[in-house]
Design a protein around this ligand. Sequence first.
Ligand code: ADP
Ligand code: MG
Length: 433
Amino acid sequence: MSTSLVPMLELKTVYQSFLLESGRNLKVLDNINLSLYENEVLVLLGPSGSGKSTCLRLMAGLIEPTHGKVLSHNEPLEDVNDEVSLVFQSFALLPWLNVVDNVALGLKPLGLPQEEMEQNVKKAIDLVGLEGFEEAYPKELSGGMKQRVGFARALVMQRPILCLDEPFSALDILTAETLRKEILNLWLTRKTAIKSIVLITHNIAEAVSMGSRILVMGANPGQIRYTIRNELPYPRDEKTASVKALVGIIRDVLTESIIPDAPEWVPPALQGTGFEAPPNVNMTEVVGFLEVVLEDGGRADAFTLAQKLTKDSLNILLMAKAAELMDFVDTPKNQIVLTDLGKAFVKADVNQRKRMIHEGLMQLKLTQQFYQRILNSEGGAMGRDEAIQTIHEWLPNENPEDVFDTLVQWGRYGELFGYNDDNKEVYIDSGEV
Ligand code: ADP
Ligand code: MG
């Protein structure tokens, strides 16, 4: 099979910012360079907020980069990329159309002869195993069948680049596994127009089973941290040593990027000035997570724990990070180890726990300063907009609305501050803990 050396699609020194409601810019992508060649499955793997979907939208020509270039076969992409078809996590089917009409939707504007259109739709429906469901409406279909319609809708366009934005993550484990295999086979057997696939995921096993090249992304701002070639033959069996080794490497890279052993180097002049961003996790869940670590003898491997709890492993790493910020755990490599404080916390009653969270938050620079700002505001309350503005100044690379939501949720848990959604004010919790 001949493969062109010119990339089908390229992002070149791409920077992306978005204008927030507050009028400020959020830097979402930082110097992204990536190329998509013929005959590959390029995986973008990373935590939520690392700019994966933004990369895909750039590749599809749905948005233009703030800086840098998007090239299609070495030429600047001027418009929507007509080589790309897209499948999303949310199936985005039109409920009032049956399967045939949902699949045909994207073809309609092309003005093909009726007969050709019907043939193409029939072929796409056959390829994804939806025969017999042609007349069904979305509400009659299971999640897996809905996503098959999603894939058929992409395949019917007969485009060379299939872009997949977490298409398996809303499905149950078995359905996801079946569909992954089928899509991979469609690509391997060249039964369709698809030359290459771009797959977005936060699932490490999925990245390793499908990807021929895996780009591991980091967040705030989104960046490519590591590139891994994966030349293992398909189909890949997760029980083999070579697959396990690759999974191990990726786990280490992600762990190092979320809960690093060595802190990132900061110039001496800036030391102590920075704020640590709170990972976007629910404090109630963090508490449950700490309970499980204690049950496991006070020490657990992050990825074993993720499997045991059937949780996403990136989510577990973020919980570990939150617990680490409160000094409840240490995180040597992939291990999560309860500290004495952490053990005392898990063994404490509800009120003691609240007090310990309260104290933990008061030692975190961000929550402490946020608390001070509210305290110093008139009436001990601050409007949401002002709060978000403040957070943006402190953490310019974070999504300030997400950080605000996390702070409010943590603050409520530790009875530090509360939030009134009616007047959109965050206020000091005066109830003594
Ligand atoms: P991922 O797919 O890796 O979760 P996204 O590309 O969806 O990441 O988003 C990266 C960041 O950019 C997030 O903080 C998100 O809230 C922000 N973002 C994405 N699109 C917009 C937009 N149109 N306006 C403002 N912020 C956006
Ligand atoms: Mg996304």
